[in-house]
Design a protein around this ligand. Structure first.
Ligand code: AVJ
Length: 314
């Protein structure tokens, strides 16, 4: 039987998503729309900023613990990576896993995926690679594997932090349900730490995060023919302590009207568009969320406990 992960979906299209979000009392835009070509480049730049500790800390954990991680995952693995599977972390796993069966990168962007798959195939000529272009938050159909092969879902990068707590738990439940005995989930998530460190990571001194945040408006202009004036909006990142998340907003500098696909959207001065949530967990709050779905957990962290990688299985 084909493994499926299915969630009844609303719309896979950008225009209705954008209009729906901007017609809410608290205007929102889905953070997945940050990542057009320019947005992906800006995110790459963010990962190299001094203040943005996440990427480098996760990589450091992987480098230091790769032998333990590989031993724990076992052998004959089908590695399914959710999100952009191009990184150094992926290569670390591919280099250390014993007798890997196949590698399945999953991403929304077909062209990006094809590039990744082609590059990896050149580096790993023996590896069976099968890219899947899909919005994995909505549905994921994976190729069949023999019973002897273990499926590991790899969800790095604290992307889970972009989901609300409810959606994160639902998503983890969907993954758990799609897995068989012996399969598991290798996931990276960001940890709660002092406010200053958290805020600095989303308010960098070079203003790259501000540019990344505003680029979502540029993308809407480019792809939906909207007329956002980017200079009419200001980047803001706050730590919402009660919800344990960094929130990014775009603040309207004045009262203004923007046309998107024939619809006029009015912004009051000071009104915000909520563009992203980035949830910060403790080891216990994350355990509480995954506990109904996975019996066993192994945790790897850095010495500051800034970031965590867990292997969850049953
Ligand atoms: C890629 C979702 C983990 O939430 O930290 C970086 C995206 N947003 N700076 C994050 C992001 C602002 C990032 N994730």
């Amino acid at each position: 039987m084909e493994a499926t992960l299915e969630k009844k979906n609303v719309s896979t299209e950008m225009l209705p998503d954008v209009l729906e979000g901007l017609q809410k009392p608290q205007k929102t835009l889905p953070s997945k729309y940050f990542y057009d070509q320019k947005g992906s480049e800006l995110f790459e730049e963010i990962t190299e900023l001094d203040e943005y500790y996440l990427t480098r800390t996760e990589l450091q954990i992987m480098q230091e613990k790769i032998q333990q991680i590989a031993n724990r995952l076992g052998e004959k693995i089908q590695l399914v990576e959710l999100g952009s599977g191009s990184s150094f972390k992926t290569r670390l796993l591919l280099d250390h896993l014993q007798n890997i069966h196949s590698y399945i990168p999953v991403d929304i962007s077909r062209s990006f995926l094809d590039d990744v798959a082609q590059n990896l195939q050149e580096e790993y000529p023996e590896l069976k690679i099968q890219a899947i272009a899909t919005d994995y938050t909505k549905s994921l159909h994976l190729p069949e594997i023999p019973d002897a092969v273990k499926r590991i879902i790899y969800f790095p990068g604290s992307t889970i932090g972009n989901f609300t707590k409810e959606n994160a738990e639902e998503f983890i439940g969907l993954i758990a349900n799609s897995l068989h005995q012996n399969d598991g989930l290798l996931i990276g998530f960001d940890l709660v730490k002092d406010r200053e460190t958290l805020l600095a990571a989303y308010n960098d001194s070079l203003g790259v995060t501000a540019e990344f945040n505003k680029n979502i408006l540029q993308r809407i202009n480019n792809e939906l023919g909207a007329d956002f004036d980017l200079s009419g909006f200001e980047h803001k990142a706050i730590f919402n302590e009660e919800k344990s998340r960094i929130e990014m907003h775009l603040v309207s500098r004045s009262k203004q009207v923007v046309n998107i696909g024939g619809e006029n959207i009015t912004f009051e001065k000071g009104e915000t568009i909520h563009t992203e949530n980035s949830h910060k967990y403790t080891l216990s709050s994350f355990r509480e969320m995954t506990n109904p779905h996975f019996k066993e957990v192994i945790t790897w962290t850095d010495s500051n406990e800034y970031f965590a990688i867990q292997y969850l299985h049953n």
